[in-house]
Design a protein around this ligand. Structure first.
Ligand code: B3K
Ligand code: ZN
Length: 888
């Protein structure tokens, strides 16, 4: 091997931030070509040092028979300092290595099969991108999806190159007693100078994005799992010393997920060990690396005093999600990143189905639909709208979106509804039998379903190709003489960037008909709207019925055409919990939009009696199903209302929503107080659907009470804050106090900070609650918090807690008419783009939604986007979001 470059001659590090005189390239799905070379095996050796880690790689390569002839090997690389390279044991001279402009290497004239050895040096300490190998809390951790492996070693870093990995990690025994990687452990030993090594062998071929290392001073909660066929699996969750008592819920969730996948899909775990490691600095929730999932601590650690019920639910979902990827993502992976929803949409569907099976299916469904509408609908209507299977991207990390994940999951759910649960299961079996250990496409998945069900799904595939949320419109006609009821369904998909015209998609509409007395008429079932417009005729209908449509939310569409009266009737009478919930939502949205008009005309607002009647009915049934009531009682969010307006009016929406909450809180003060008293925690704290539902309802009641009577709300919130034995109740009380303006606010915030300052995940809540407070002074407070000693731009959870919560969770403050909210966000984006480009590109999103705002706001938002775009050396991810946001 030969030494090429000294550290100061590093040629690669400049590549990432190459001054952008020309725009970064767009990658297109239609340009996909199979890799010229395949990698059969990878032997990696990592010698860990904080600022100078050495990585030796030995790759067994051969020409890909599926690719055309060629003798040029392309290797991706980024921020690597090449030490040496050798081909079949012979050092490669510099002239054989072409350094690509993007940091990669090109080697011409390679044989049909050969071994390539490289050695590089990387700097984990300097890696604030949190992609590749970096340090968090003194430990070493990797994140390779989507394109992080190229920051560890030179490699054809694309998911259709699947290889078997052997990984040896070497480090100081004192700092890093625990050395983890993918697969099964395969030897360990001592080295001079207090160092030691551990070797891991992963027998399953995998794409490079699933590679992982975690090394440091960690402790584990351990358990065991016996698979259905009798394999003994050693389970461990690795955390910072002192946190091992907070892993029980994650471990229980893991075992439940393992069992569920066996029972539901016949899918068993396939290694002897399953490790999870948790870190505080992580760009997203978690990562499904083979045999070594790496998690954000937010989705592992939970104690009743520090974690809310929502945190507990999030842990169950994310632990299950990452585990389920072992088959849907890892054993069968994606051919290219355009296929991302192949693994993400399917795995989100699987984790949602799992959570529905673990708790109240109806309530989980409502919560998931609410999230889809809150995040995905606006995306699908905005400048970043893209199909579930995108056609192009500049930075793939920008496409880990609600569309790819949540809408992708809805498409899988729809397919299952169309072909039935049994055919769907056969389709999953077929998909895995056909494609185990392959990197495949969404077409392959749909084909497996189609073949298993014997149904033509070619039209269904349009759902994957077209962006935009379809509008499903309903019209009706009733002929009393003929006793004939005709339902006319039509669909329209709005134009989206690059897709002005759309074709109709098959929309499954689960439906029923209700008689005027609220009774369900016979004949409920599934309609399939395949054309732009269809009539469905029902004979022998004695009186004009009310249609109950999209039961269980059978398709991710916007339903329009029902009258206010029909919505109120469905909210009161339908048998389907989703339709009951949604009709109440839609009714209130319609009324809120009307009140927005009143507010703008400076007319006084009055509580609509229909809205009061809905609340009265919900309250009347609240104790029968507290979890459902807690999902139903809160008013639709400000963003959800804005999403229904051609031009939003954040101030008016905020004023109307606040008015309604206050009016309802006052009108039903006694009922809310009664619920708050009746649902006070009795007996030991429990985490189950029933207990979570009771706490949620109690806290929803407190929120209304405080709106209706600030003094009474504050009194109850203070008492609850003092007495709370769990974070759910404490935080709910703090939320009420944080909206207020009296001394109770400052006192509660100060006490909360003092008590929890050593718990980063709780401190995140302290930041978020202030960022989302409904106060006129919130922007100044958020700016001050950005200078707080506990704020850290390098920690993604903290950035999300303060900046994300402000820009996405406090619309009227973010859209303040002064434009200060926009200016603040743009400044954070610019600062963050120099630290962590993925986070910068993510957090810029709210600025790109300027078309929905009025002309003055829109102009200020665009000006901030232009200010960001003008920054020399902007990352390609932020560049893509901002330039698309500007409509370039
Ligand atoms: N697959 C990861 C997400 C990776 C994001 C890369 N920017 C977690 C998940 O969806 O399971
Ligand atoms: Zn996933």
């Amino acid at each position: 091997m030969v030494l090429f470059f000294k550290k100061e001659q590093n040629l690669e590090s400049s590549t990432k931030r190459a001054l952008m005189t020309t725009p970064p390239p767009t990658i297109r799905r239609e340009d996909y070509r199979p890799p010229a070379f395949l990698v059969d095996s990878v032997e990696l050796h990592l010698s860990l040092h904080p600022a100078a880690t050495r990585v030796r790689a030995r790759l067994a390569l051969r020409r890909n028979p599926a690719a055309g002839p060629g003798d040029t090997l392309e290797l991706d690389g980024e921020e690597l300092r090449l030490i040496s390279a050798a081909l079949d044991g012979v050092a490669l001279p510099p002239e054989r290595l072409a350094h690509r402009g993007d940091g990669g290497l090109r080697i011409h004239g390679v044989p049909a099969a050969f071994t390539l050895e490289t050695e590089v040096e990387i700097d984990p300490d300097a890696n604030s991108e949190l992609s590749g190998l970096y340090r968090s809390g003194g430990n070493y951790v990797t994140q390779c999806e989507a394109e992080g492996f190229r920051r560890i070693t030179y490699f054809p870093d694309r998911p259709d190159v699947m290889a078997r990995y052997t990984t040896t990690i070497e480090a100081g025994r004192e700092d890093c007693p625990v050395l983890l990687s993918n697969g099964n452990p395969d030897g360990a030993g001592e080295l001079p100078e207090g160092r030691h090594w551990v070797r891991w062998v992963d027998p399953h071929p995998k794409p490079s994005y699933l590679f992982a290392v975690m090394a440091g001073d960690l402790v584990a909660l351990r358990d065991r799992f016996t698979t259905a066929s009798g394999r003994e699996v050693a389970l461990a969750i690795w955390v910072r010393r002192g946190d091992e008592d907070a892993c029980g819920h994650a471990m229980d969730s893991l075992k439940r997920a393992m069992r569920w996948d066996e029972e539901t899909y016949g899918l068993e775990y396939d290694l002897d060990v399953f490790n999870i490691a948790a870190v505080s600095d992580f760009n997203m929730g978690a990562m499904e690396n083979k045999g070594l999932n790496i998690f954000n601590t937010k989705y592992i650690l939970a104690r009743p005093e520090t974690a809310t019920d929502a945190d507990y639910e999030g842990i169950e979902t994310v632990v299950a999600h990452e585990y389920f990827h072992n088959w849907t993502g890892n054993r069968v992976t994606c051919r290219d990143w355009f296929q991302l929803s192949l693994k993400e949409g399917l795995t989100v569907f699987r984790d949602q189905h799992f959570s529905e099976d673990m708790g109240s299916a109806a309530v989980k469904r409502l919560a998931n639909v609410r999230r889809l509408r809150a995040a995905q609908f606006p995306e699908d209507a905005g400048p970043m709208a893209h199909p579930v299977r995108p056609d192009s991207y500049v930075e793939i990390n920008n496409f880990y979106t609600p569309t790819v994940y949540q809408k992708g999951a809805e498409l899988v759910r729809m397919m299952r509804r169309l072909i039935g649960a049994e055919a769907f299961r056969r389709g999953m079996d077929l998909y895995i039998a056909r494609h185990d250990n392959q990197a495949v496409t969404i077409e392959d998945f749909v084909a497996a379903m189609q073949d298993a069900a014997g149904r033509d799904l070619s039209r269904f595939a349009r759902w994957y190709a077209q962006a935009g949320t379809p509008e499903l419109r309903v019209e009706e006609a009733y002929d009393p003489a003929a006793r004939r009821y005709t339902l006319t369904l039509s669909q329209a998909i709005p134009p989206t960037p690059g897709q002005p015209e759309k074709l109709p998609v098959p929309i499954p509409v689960a439906f029923g008909l209700l008689a005027p007395d609220g009774a369900e008429l016979p004949g409920a079932g599934l309609l399939l709207l395949e054309e732009a417009r269809q009539d469905i005729v029902f004979e022998n209908v004695p009186a004009k019925p009310t249609p109950s449509l999209l039961r269980g939310y059978s398709a991710p569409v916007r339903l329009t055409g029902l009258s206010l009266e029909q919505l109120g009737f469905l909210a009161a009478h339908d048998t389907d919990p989703f339709v009951r919930w949604d009709s109440a939502q839609q009714y209130r949205v319609a009324e809120m939009l009307r009140l927005v008009g009143e507010f703008r005309a400076r007319r006084p607002l009055a509580l609509p009696e229909g809205v009061a009647a809905i609340a009265a009915a919900q309250l009347g049934h609240a104790l029968e199903d507290p979890a459902f009531a807690a999902e139903s009682l809160p008013l639709p969010s400000e963003d959800f209302v804005a999403d229904q307006m051609a031009t939003a009016d954040p101030e008016a929406i905020h004023a109307v929503r606040r008015f309604l909450r206050q009016a309802l809180g006052a009108r039903f003060a006694a009922r809310f107080a009664g619920l708050h008293d009746a649902l006070a925690e009795a007996g030991p704290y429990r985490i189950d659907g029933a207990a979570i539902g009771r706490r949620a309802l109690r806290n929803a009641a407190l929120h209304y009470l405080a709106a209706g009577d600030a003094a009474e709300g504050e009194r109850r919130a203070r008492a609850q804050f003092d007495a709370a034995g769990n974070m759910t109740d404490q935080l709910a009380a703090l939320r009420v106090l944080a909206h207020g303006s009296g001394p109770a606010r400052q006192e509660a915030l100060a006490r909360f900070h003092a008590r929890w300052k050593a718990e980063p995940l709780v401190l995140d809540k302290w930041f978020a609650i202030q960022a989302m407070a409904e106060r006129d002074t919130v922007l100044a407070e958020v700016q001050a918090l950005a200078d707080h000693p506990d704020f850290d731009l390098r920690n993604p959870n903290r950035v999300r807690a303060l900046v994300g919560a402000f820009a996405m969770g406090n619309p009227s403050a973010f859209h303040h008419a002064s434009g200060e909210g926009y200016r603040f966000l743009a400044s954070v984006v610019l600062a963050l783009d120099a630290v962590n480009t993925q986070m910068a590109a993510r957090i810029v999103s709210p600025l790109t939604d300027w078309k929905r705002q009025d002309a003055a706001r829109g102009a200020m938002m665009r000006a901030e986007l232009e200010r960001i775009l003008a920054r020399p050396g902007l990352s390609k991810g932020t560049y893509e979001k901002v330039s698309k946001g500007l409509g370039h």
